[in-house]
Structures are given as structure tokens and as C-alpha cells.
Design a protein around this ligand. Structure first.
Ligand code: TGC
Ligand code: FAD
Length: 386
């Protein structure tokens, strides 16, 4: 009989190293994250030392090569994201921003000096990075950003505000994207630079176990060596987003798996009308629909991961994965929540936490509408953004 948690035997499609990474990250989540996450979520915090712990496990910049980065495959990186987000999207976000956005930006576009200065310490989790693209008035449309960087002698002077920036308040460096006379450019901004400040965003009801901040840059003066020399135009930040979006395609299946597993166990033990609620046809329909989308989404993530490892994954295919898997993970979480009845609304169970987190995941790294339009343009040849 197929396994209720792995009905299509997807496990058999992984190699030994991939299974080892999965088991290692799963054990870390079980021992370190799950016992604490309810409290962190309630308090609206994520301890900064999680960075060093993720670094010690080789999970920061894990798919990057050189500079003390592990150089793992895309599939291995995806599996790690899935296991981290089975714990909480806040922990996966931390790893995504550090590895796929901040470290990737330096790895892909940075100078040799920037790589040597930052990447090893970031891989160890000693230095924390954030990625500032979104602004208060420009989210889906970063091309029109207002933050500017102007030349002043041999220096650059940056002014502007970035909004909703993960890891912002405890970051040592911010990758800041700004408009220059030559187009959009990226800068490595040490957060102790005069004129830089980060303000914690309070009262979030989603991704609470994650630090989200506003970055304010007032007359931030940096030498030319702080500019990412390889990044020219909006394609720079968008290339970083491809990496993080790929991690989300996997990550959300971890959150969905946690919801499905919780609902399945609960349904088998919760008795109403003298029967376990799992014996009712309506409950079985919910569980089966959840399983179908969970398994299809996981297969999709694996397929995209194998394509990425073969170097033939197109950004629009990442959009396909992000749109489908986040949408389905959110539907699974909502369905799972209903199976738990009133118990589904408390932090005693993980479901409502995942469900609330997924609302942010649906929005960040490109909203579902933006990914739909990216795919729409790819299949029709007609852009419908404006
Ligand atoms: P468009 O004219 O289409 O493109 C501009 C230039 O970029 C290139 N490009 C890409 N390059 C790499 N990867 C991609 N996915 C790319 N998409 C486009 C393109 O070829 C062009 O290059 P060039 O050389 O010709 O200049 O740009 P557009 O202004 O029309 O915008 C397209 C659109 C709407 C798809 C894009 O702006 C977009 O993706 N918007 C969504 C913004 C977004 O995703 N923001 C995320 C912020 S970071 C975040 O949310 C982190 S969450 C952190 C956490 O996990 O906690
Ligand atoms: P808007 O762009 O104002 O969109 C609002 C609505 O309008 C959405 O439904 C959108 O899909 C829709 N819409 C917009 N344009 C169109 C269109 N052309 N056609 C149809 N519908 C459209 N950003 C960073 O740079 N770095 C980070 O680390 C980061 N972390 C984040 C963490 C959290 C918890 C959250 C919630 C966000 C984070 N973001 C980060 C910001 C995130 O990327 C943006 O919220 C996202 O890109 C959407 O921008 P917006 O919120 O301004 O929404």
C-alpha cells in the first residue's frame, strides 16, 4: 500500500546525498525550530543566532560554489528549503534572503574583493545580509524605484527608502538597488555606514517569526568599491529573485506537508457522531484533494530542480512553479485548518501559522498576479502588465 505521506514514492527519485540533506535539515527543524517556533511567532521574533546554526549546517548560500560555500545542487538546496519551511516560512525566508538574494548578488555580480570580504562570513552565518529592492510606492514595479545613487567625486551618495525588507534590522550589510545615471545599480551597504538606519515593522500577522524592516538611506556615502560591478539594469535584481523564487517553489510544499500531516493525524483521532471524522466522506475528500496537490507540487519542484541542475530552467518556468505551488499550498493550509475545527485556530497546531505565513509568500518575490502575467506573456507574446 502506498505511504500516506509519500503516495507516489517521490522519495525513490532522490539520491543518497539528497536524502541525507533532507534528514539532517529535518532533524534540525524537529529539535531546534519546532519546540520554539510557536513562542517566536507569538513574540514576533526570530533569534539572530539561528544564522550561525544554519551556517554550521551548510545551509547559507548552499548552492553557491567557492568562498566557503557548499556548492550543493539545486535539488539539494530545494530540499533544504522544503524542510526549513515545514518548520516555518520565517526560517526558510532567513536562508533565502541570506543565500539566494544577498550572497547570490555578491557571488554573481560582485568584485573579487567583495566576494572575499563577505561570502565566507555570510556562509558561516557570522554576517547577515538583507536585500532592498521594494520601496513604499514601488513593489510589483521596481523599474520605477525612487532610490537614487549619484556620483560625488569618486564616491556614490545614496538616498531613498526601502520597505518590507527581511532581516533588515539585524543585517550587517544590505544589498541596495538604486537608480543611477547609467540605470539601476546594486550596492553593498554596510549597515553601520553613516546615514543608514533600519526600522522594525511591527504588527505583522504573517511571517511573524521573521524580522521585517524599513531601510532609510540619507546621504549614505560609499566608495565606488561598494558598487556591484557586474550588475547593470533591472536584470540584476531580477536574476537574484529567480534563485529565491526557486527555493519558494520547494519551501511551500514543506509548509503544505506539515498542514496535511497534522490534519490527517487529527482526523483519524478526533471522534464526532461516534466515528473518527476521517471516516466521513467529506473529510476524506478534503484529505485526498490535499494529497493530490501536495504530491503534484512536490513533483513539479523536483522537475524544476533537475532542470535547474542541467542548466535549462527558464525564469518563466520558475514563475510557473511559484504561482502553482504557493497557490496550492495556501489552499491545502486552509482546507487542513477546517479539519481541525476550533483547534485549527490556535498556535498549539502549526496550521494557522503556516496559513498566515503563506499569505506573505503569495505576495513576496513577485505576487501571484505578477507570475500569472509573466506566464501569460510567455504563452501569448503579449505583455499585460500595463
Ligand atoms: P522587463 O522590461 O521585463 O525586464 C527588465 C530587464 O530584466 C530582465 N528580466 C529578467 N532577468 C532575469 N530574471 C528574470 N526573471 C527577469 N525578468 C526580466 C529583462 O530581460 C530585462 O533585461 P534587459 O537587459 O533587456 O534590460 O521589466 P519590467 O519592468 O517590465 O518588469 C517585469 C516584472 C513585472 C516581471 C518585474 O518587475 C517583477 O518581477 N516584479 C515583481 C517584483 C518582485 O518580485 N519583487 C520582489 C522583491 S524581493 C522579495 O520579495 C524578497 S522576499 C524575501 C523573503 O523570502 O523573505
Ligand atoms: P503592489 O505592487 O502594490 O500590489 C498590490 C496588488 O496589486 C497585488 O495583488 C498585485 O498583484 C496587484 N498588481 C500590481 N501590479 C499589477 C498588474 N500590473 N496587474 C495586475 N495586478 C497587479 N521586498 C524586498 O525587496 N526585500 C525583502 O526582503 C522583502 N521581504 C518581504 C517580506 C514580507 C513579509 C513581505 C510581506 C514582503 C517583502 N518584500 C520584500 C516586499 C514584496 O516583494 C512586495 O510586497 C511585493 O513585491 C508586492 O509589492 P507591494 O506589496 O507593493 O504590492
Amino acid at each position: 500500500m502506498p505511504d500516506a505521506m509519500d503516495f507516489l514514492a517521490i522519495d525513490a527519485l532522490l539520491d543518497d546525498e539528497e536524502r541525507l540533506i533532507r534528514d539532517t535539515v529535518r532533524a534540525f527543524v524537529r529539535d531546534r525550530i519546532l519546540p520554539n517556533i510557536g513562542q517566536w511567532f507569538e513574540e514576533g521574533t526570530l533569534p539572530r543566532e539561528i544564522g550561525r546554526e544554519l551556517g554550521a549546517l551548510g545551509l547559507l548560500g548552499m548552492h553557491l560554489h567557492g568562498y566557503e560555500c557548499p556548492g550543493a545542487s539545486a535539488v539539494a538546496y530545494g530540499i533544504a528549503c522544503m524542510e526549513l519551511e515545514a518548520g516555518d516560512a520565517g526560517v526558510r525566508s532567513f536562508a533565502s534572503v541570506q543565500g539566494s538574494l544577498a550572497m547570490f548578488a555578491i557571488h554573481r555580480f560582485g568584485s573579487e574583493e567583495q566576494k572575499r570580504e563577505w561570502l565566507p562570513a555570510m556562509a558561516r552565518g557570522e554576517k547577515i545580509g538583507c536585500f532592498g529592492l521594494t520601496e513604499p510606492d514601488f513593489g510589483s514595479n521596481p523599474a520605477d524605484m525612487r532610490t537614487t545613487a549619484r556620483r560625488d567625486g569618486s564616491d556614490w551618495v545614496i538616498d531613498g527608502t526601502k520597505m518590507w525588507i527581511t532581516n533588515g534590522s539585524f543585517a550587517d550589510l544590505a544589498i541596495v538597488w538604486a537608480r543611477t545615471d547609467e540605470g539601476i545599480a546594486g550596492f553593498v551597504v554596510p549597515t553601520d555606514t553613516k546615514g543608514f538606519s533600519a526600522n522594525l515593522i511591527h504588527r505583522k500577522l504573517s511571517l511573524r517569526a521573521s524580522v521585517t524592516s524599513e531601510l532609510v538611506l540619507e546621504n549614505v556615502r560609499l566608495p565606488d568599491s561598494a558598487r556591484l560591478p557586474g550588475a547593470h539594469g533591472l536584470g540584476g535584481p531580477l536574476a537574484c529573485l529567480n534563485e529565491a523564487r526557486f527555493g519558494i517553489v520547494w519551501g511551500v510544499m514543506g509548509a503544505a506537508r506539515s498542514c496535511y500531516a497534522t490534519a490527517l493525524e487529527y482526523a483519524k483521532s478526533r471522534v464526532q457522531f461516534d466515528r473518527p471524522i476521517a471516516a466521513f466522506q467529506l473529510t476524506q475528500e478534503k484529505l485526498v484533494n490535499m494529497l493530490l496537490e501536495l504530491q503534484k507540487g512536490t513533483l513539479l519542484a523536483l522537475h524544476l530542480g533537475r532542470m535547474k541542475d542541467e542548466g535549462r530552467l527558464h525564469p518563466t518556468q520558475v514563475s510557473f512553479g511559484k504561482l502553482n505551488n504557493v497557490r496550492e499550498a495556501l489552499a491545502i493550509a486552509r482546507e487542513a485548518r477546517s479539519i481541525l475545527g476550533a483547534n485549527g485556530v490556535t498556535l498549539e497546531y502549526p496550521i494557522i501559522r503556516h496559513m498566515n505565513n503563506l499569505e506573505s509568500v503569495l505576495t513576496y518575490e513577485g505576487t501571484s498576479e505578477i507570475h500569472l502575467l509573466v506566464i501569460g506573456q510567455a504563452i501569448t507574446g503579449l505583455p499585460a502588465f500595463t
